[in-house]
Write a protein that binds this ligand. Structure first.
Ligand code: C2E
Ligand code: MG
Ligand code: MG
Ligand code: MG
Length: 292
């Protein structure tokens, strides 16, 4: 009977709820120990000039090496880190580890001009972020300009005045500032002009449809034009094909990042991943290389 089935469905639903509540608790207690157990790792994805050959930097991307689940992508645990308030501590670890790695590569003869790290809303709202980053930079002894901080539009638009002050303070320390996933949030041109930012990262959803997609093409071109009119540099995320790379280069995009150019890899594998690239320090007057 319908009533009976309804009841069964309800019980089934309850069971599902309990299972996910349990999973959630397990995730929480696992996450609380992950940092001390050294289960977090950074993978690094290369970023190139639009010639596709000249390495400009890498983006550090967090992964969780879970003892039984294996390598867990950030989308599956960063929201929980945020909610638990653990993201501030883990975020400090990310920045410190990324800066330390720049030094490591250098000692190994791998020249990585800069490393970008992602900041979450909670980290940005923490009044101590500036002091923390200053401390990390002093400890790692890398030139502060080799660190880039990535923030989304929504983080900046939550509290424009506060964001402006925080960005000014962060810029004073020396890192560059990039707006991540640009085009997916709402930000006013007027604020963009006032924020001390350096780079717009075109969200990969607009790169997806290139080169045929008329709308994506128009959006990508508009973002590039806007960035340049504000004297900002522009990088496209999620470049997966030669055709996308060609379109972006032909339309004046400064830099590119994506699986076509290199997937995120552990630090030890970066050298092999970028073995075909030119070092920016040595490009000087060199012509751009042939397209990939
Ligand atoms: P994001 O900062 O926009 O990073 C780019 C994401 O796109 C990465 O996913 C990267 O692996 C992926 N990606 C790169 N190239 C391609 C491509 O060609 N095609 C496709 N389909 N994907 C591509 P990932 O590593 O899973 O990171 C997801 C998001 O998690 C990041 O997006 C960032 O918002 C966040 N995240 C990662 N690491 C950290 C961190 O240390 N702290 C914070 N707060 N957030 C982080
Ligand atoms: Mg990012
Ligand atoms: Mg992004
Ligand atoms: Mg993102």
């Amino acid at each position: 009977h319908a009533k009976e089935r309804g009841k069964n469905n309800f019980q089934f639903y309850q069971a599902e709820m309990n299972a996910s509540a349990l999973e959630r608790l397990e995730l929480e207690s696992d996450l609380r120990h992950a940092l001390e157990q050294q289960q977090f790792v950074l993978h690094y994805q290369p970023q190139y000039l639009a010639d596709g050959h000249t390495l400009t930097g890498v983006e550090a991307l967090l992964r969780w090496q879970h003892p039984s689940r294996g390598l867990v992508p950030p989308g599956e645990f960063i929201p929980a880190l945020e909610e638990l308030g653990l993201i501030v501590e883990v975020g400090d670890w990310v920045i410190g580890e990324a800066c330390r790695q720049i030094g490591n590569w250098e000692r190994e003869g791998v020249v990585v001009p800069k490393v970008s790290v992602n900041l979450s809303a909670r980290q940005f709202a923490d009044g101590q972020l500036g002091q923390r980053i200053a401390g990390i930079l002093a400890f790692s002894k890398i030139a502060p300009s080799r660190l880039e901080l990535e923030l989304t539009e929504s983080i900046l638009m939550q509290d424009v005045g506060g964001a402006m002050r925080m960005l000014d303070a962060l810029k004073q320390l020396g890192p560059s500032i990039a707006i991540d996933d640009f085009g997916t949030g709402y930000s006013s041109l007027n604020y963009l002009k006032q924020f001390p930012i350096d780079v717009l990262k075109i969200d990969r959803s607009f790169v997806d449809g290139l080169p045929e997609g008329e709308q994506d093409g128009q959006i990508a071109r508009a973002i590039i034009a806007m960035a340049h009119s504000l004297s900002l540099s522009v990088i496209a995320e999620g470049v997966e094909t030669q055709a996308q790379l060609n379109f972006l280069r032909e339309h004046g995009c400064d830099e590119v990042q994506g699986f076509y150019l290199g997937r995120p890899v552990p630090a030890a594998k970066l050298k092999a991943s970028i073995s075909n690239c030119k070092q920016q320090a040595s490009i000087g007057q060199l012509e751009p290389g042939p397209a990939l």
